[in-house]
Structures are given as structure tokens and as C-alpha cells.
Design a protein around this ligand. Structure first.
Ligand code: PEP
Ligand code: MN
Length: 368
């Protein structure tokens, strides 16, 4: 055997030894992370890193100069810190583990995740009779989830801010009367308990997806949460927001894609339809699409609702108002009940069985 071949064999052996040692170091560091997490200690200790480098420089006998040893080991430390501090997305609780079944959320007998649903209703609760008219019409269309904001996150502080507690009471009364489950937004930690006392499902709006204290609070309260994706959030950030709720003890989470901000000007936001199959693939939670806030206009809702169901969404949220022209918020994107009924019918034609059919009631059945 010639010298070069033999040296190459020895170098290969050496590489493998180095790799084994690095892997061993990685395992020790992961062990350290678990211990530190249990004790609530900081994962990164700059003094310790400094000491380790000093010790290595002292021990260095060449042939590599000290600066090379320093930068090589800094890379090793950096990689180890990556193992220490960052839980990978795949290790999150929201992440789908192999063979995990899809989660079905049951709120008073109304399920999300079993078959497609609509979540419909006005942008804001504006009055008892007004909401009742919408809920009556929607429930005749087979809609079981009634939305309506009582606390509204508005871009301008001078715009209608919602009816507050009175709006919550109206929503609860109307939903109960029509056998529907209410969905309404929780704006802050102060009012979270109050909203939870009246609502079936707590909505976290797009602007609050990164309000970590609020996420922890709705996690603690334990009622089902409809979590909207932040309009500037990546899917990893979205999953981490859901993780906050789960880590606080609440697994009943519905993920909602509602459009993200892009350079497109013709729609209010850009619906990221690929988020639907991605979220379905990577999590086991129900996924819905809010088409109204995604586009902010009425004429695109029907194809997008069909697209959402075709992409595998468990539900579609649509704003429906008793008289959209005079709506106190989002007037331009809300449908009338009749427009909603027409939309649902064409979506059913495009994707048979996509969403509930109108309910046949005694008064609708003609006697012959
Ligand atoms: C809403 O659904 O009422 C709402 C304000 O939506 P978003 O948070 O998605 O803007
Ligand atoms: Mn709205």
C-alpha cells in the first residue's frame, strides 16, 4: 500500500472520530438543555464560553494557530447553542406526530374538523334584532357557527370599536336561540374572562397573534380558540403562537388562514391558500380560511371559499350582515344572507358535499 492511500485512510478514520466526538458533544449539550430548562436557568452562559476558549488556547500545541482554533471552536459552540436553545418545529406539541389522528373539536355538539363548516355572521354585533335576522337566515342554511365581534380591533381609534359587553350578551342570546355556537374576538387579557363567560369559541385576531400574554391567557382559560394567522407571520411563527396556547394547557385550537400582506393591491390581503395543506400536513388541528378578511371584497368570496374547501379546509369564515350597505365595520366585504345562500349553493356545486346544505324545516315543506 502506498503512503498517500494509507494517509488518506488514516485521515478518513480521523474525520469519523471527530464526527463521533461532535455527536457525543451534541448529546451532552442536549442533556444540559433539559437540565437547565427544568431549573429555569439561562441556556447561554457567555462566561463559560470564554473559559472554554481560554482553556483550549492554552492547550493548543499547533500546528493550527490560536486564531484558527478559536474560530473552529466558536463554530462548534454556535452549533451546540443551536441545539440548546431552539426547539425544532417538529418537536412542538402542535406538530403532527406520525400516525396522529386529526383533532375534532366539539363545542356543544357542533364539531370542527369532522366535516366542512361555515362560520358566518356580521363583522360586528350591532344590535339584537339585526343579529337575530342574520342568525335566523344562516341557521336555515345549515350554518351552525355564528360569528360577530363585540370588541373590535380597528385601524382608526375613531372608528366603531364594538358594543363591548352588551354585544357579548346579544351574541350569546341570539346564538342560544338558534342553536348556534358563537365565535367572538378577545382583544386583551383584561376582558378575556368576560368574553369566555359568554362565547363558545374565543377568536384571537390577526393583530394579536403575537400577543403572547393573551395567548397564555386563553390557554389557561381552556375554551376552544380560533387563532388567526398574523398578517405578517410565517407559518412557523403561526405554529409557535398555537404552541403558546397548548403549552398553557389548551389543545382545542382552530387555525385560521386569513390572508397576509404582500405587494398585491387589488385585494385587502393575499390569501395564502398553500397554508391550508401545509397546516393540515404539519399539524393535526382543524384549519379554516377567513375569505372575507383575506380579500376585503364580495366578488371573490365564492371561488375562494371553493378553493379553501378544495385545499382541505375544515371550515370557511364569511362575514354576513343584515344590511351590508349600512354596516358599521367592513361594509364593503359583507354579504347579505341571500348572497351567502347563493354562494353556499355554488360552492356545493363546485365541490359536492363541501359544506352543509340548507336545513329543511316544517314550515318549508309544502303540503300536497
Ligand atoms: C374579524 O374576524 O373580526 C377580524 C378583525 O379579523 P382579522 O383579525 O383577521 O383582521
Ligand atoms: Mn371584519
Amino acid at each position: 500500500m502506498n503512503g498517500v492511500t494509507e494517509l488518506r485512510r488514516l485521515i478518513d478514520e480521523n474525520n469519523e472520530k471527530l464526527l463521533d466526538l461532535l455527536s457525543e458533544r451534541g448529546a451532552l449539550v442536549s442533556h444540559m438543555r433539559n437540565l437547565k430548562e427544568k431549573k429555569g436557568e439561562d441556556l447561554f452562559d457567555p462566561r463559560r464560553e470564554h473559559e472554554m476558549l481560554e482553556r483550549l488556547i492554552k492547550a493548543n500545541q499547533g500546528p493550527f494557530p490560536d486564531e484558527v482554533i478559536r474560530s473552529l471552536f466558536k463554530e462548534v459552540f454556535k452549533a451546540s447553542l443551536g441545539l440548546m436553545s431552539r426547539k425544532t418545529i417538529e418537536s412542538l406539541r402542535v406538530y403532527r406526530s406520525p400516525g396522529a389522528k386529526d383533532k375534532v373539536i366539539d363545542v356543544s355538539g357542533v364539531t370542527l374538523g369532522r366535516y366542512p363548516q361555515y362560520i358566518a355572521g356580521p363583522c360586528s354585533v350591532e344590535g339584537l334584532d339585526e343579529l337575530d335576522a342574520v342568525a335566523a337566515g344562516l341557521s336555515r342554511q345549515g350554518v351552525r357557527l355564528l360569528r360577530g365581534g363585540a370588541y373590535k380591533p380597528r385601524t382608526s381609534p375613531y372608528s366603531f370599536q364594538g358594543m363591548g359587553e352588551e354585544g357579548l350578551r346579544i351574541l350569546e342570546e341570539v346564538a342560544t336561540r338558534h342553536g348556534m355556537v358563537s365565535v367572538t374576538e378577545v382583544l386583551d387579557t383584561r376582558s378575556a374572562e368576560l368574553v369566555a363567560a359568554h362565547a363558545g369559541i374565543l377568536q384571537i385576531g390577526t393583530r394579536n397573534m403575537s400577543n403572547f400574554e393573551l395567548l397564555k391567557e386563553v390557554g389557561r382559560i381552556g375554551k376552544p380558540v380560533l387563532l388567526k394567522r398574523g398578517f405578517m407571520a410565517t407559518l412557523d411563527e403561526f405554529l409557535n403562537a398555537a404552541e403558546y396556547i397548548m403549552a398553557a394547557g389548551n389543545n382545542d385550537i382552530i387555525l385560521c388562514e386569513r390572508g397576509i400582506r404582500t405587494f398585491v393591491k387589488s385585494t385587502r390581503n393575499t390569501l395564502d391558500i398553500s397554508a391550508v395543506p401545509l397546516l393540515k400536513k404539519n399539524t393535526y388541528l382543524p384549519v379554516i380560511v377567513d375569505v372575507s378578511h383575506a380579500v376585503g371584497r364580495k366578488d371573490l368570496l365564492e371561488p375562494l371559499a371553493a378553493a379553501a374547501f378544495a385545499a382541505g379546509a375544515d371550515g370557511v369564515m364569511i362575514e354576513v350582515h343584515h344590511d351590508p350597505l349600512v354596516a358599521k365595520s367592513d361594509a364593503e366585504q359583507q354579504l347579505t344572507v341571500n348572497e351567502f345562500a347563493a354562494l353556499a349553493e355554488s360552492v356545493r356545486r363546485i365541490i359536492p358535499g363541501a359544506a352543509p346544505a340548507p336545513v329543511k324545516r316544517m314550515e318549508d315543506v309544502k303540503c300536497v
